[in-house]
Design a protein around this ligand. Structure first.
Ligand SMILES: Nc1ncnc2c1ncn2[C@@H]1O[C@H](COP(=O)(O)OP(=O)(O)OP(=O)(O)O)[C@@H](O)[C@H]1O
Ligand SMILES: [Mg+2]
Length: 233
């Protein structure tokens, strides 16, 4: 069975992958779709009463309103805020990609559509020779690239696209997300047009910076989800 879903990757850490993935998951849920979520490895977990707290995974699970066991949603958790390969090494452990893939397959059986959040960017190592991009390939679902506007983003976006294309991973589109408030700079205005022109990948959404009060009034994800869904078919 070919899995149905989307892998939300990004040009970097902190670009808004959780924000977008949670938005898409909740929009799908609201449309009555049985959506599951996954964050295959979570580093930088807070520790409470000796327990690791995977905040991204919790946000995703709440957005999709799922009650799957957390060790299926996130099979590997570490407190160190570094790449999974390094975090595992620092704990004298090794990540087994087969365990992640098995968890994904089990979640696919429980749900009709999976929204998966990546870890950092596409070349973040999960093991010494297995990267996030390799995991996307193994999951056999298309990628959505979250990128930030501004200086440097053309380079980061094109590098991400090249890496995915090299592995023949289908790319659904790009979402430009304003994850922080700030003044518009010249590069910000032109980068959307340039990314569209250079990459030939559709820019599926430009998500504005949303203050807490705006979030209660607006749902830009519904619009994003609609364009995404048109392509998924
Ligand atoms: N459009 C937005 N408006 C307002 N705040 C945003 C927006 N996008 C993201 N943020 C905020 O920016 C921060 C970083 O976003 P997020 O956690 O989604 O990034 P990430 O790519 O998932 O990071 P990580 O690599 O750590 O998983 C969060 O505090 C999030 O709430
Ligand atoms: Mg995140």
């Amino acid at each position: 069975m070919i899995p149905q879903g989307i892998f939300i990757t990004g040009t970097d850490t902190g670009v808004g992958k959780t924000f977008i993935a949670a938005g898409i998951a909740s929009a799908l849920k609201r449309q009555g779709i049985n959506v599951g979520v996954m964050k295959p490895a979570h580093t930088g977990c807070k520790v409470k009463n000796g327990l690791l707290i995977p905040s991204d995974s919790i946000t995703l699970a709440m957005a999709a309103a799922v009650n799957d066991p957390m060790d299926l949603i996130t099979p590997y958790m570490f407190k160190e805020p570094v790449a999974p390969y390094i975090a595992a090494k620092e704990n004298n452990k090794r990540i087994n990609p087969a365990r992640i893939i098995k968890s994904f397959e089990r979640l696919c059986k429980r749900h009709d559509y999976m929204v998966v959040e990546g870890i950092g960017g596409v070349l973040v190592p999960i093991t010494r020779d297995f990267y996030v991009a390799d995991l996307i390939k193994r999951f056999n679902i298309p990628a959505l690239i979250v990128t930030r506007p501004g200086l440097g983003t053309i380079n980061h976006t094109m590098l991400t696209i090249n890496c995915l294309m090299e592995r023949k991973i289908p790319i659904k589109g790009i979402v430009i997300n304003y994850s922080s408030k700030g003044k518009a700079i010249p590069a910000e205005k032109s980068c959307v047009k340039t990314i569209k022109r250079l990459s030939d990948i559709p820019v599926m959404g430009i998500i504005p910076y949303m203050s807490k009060s705006m979030m209660t009034f607006l749902n830009p994800f519904l619009e994003l989800h609609n364009s995404l869904f048109n392509i998924i078919g």
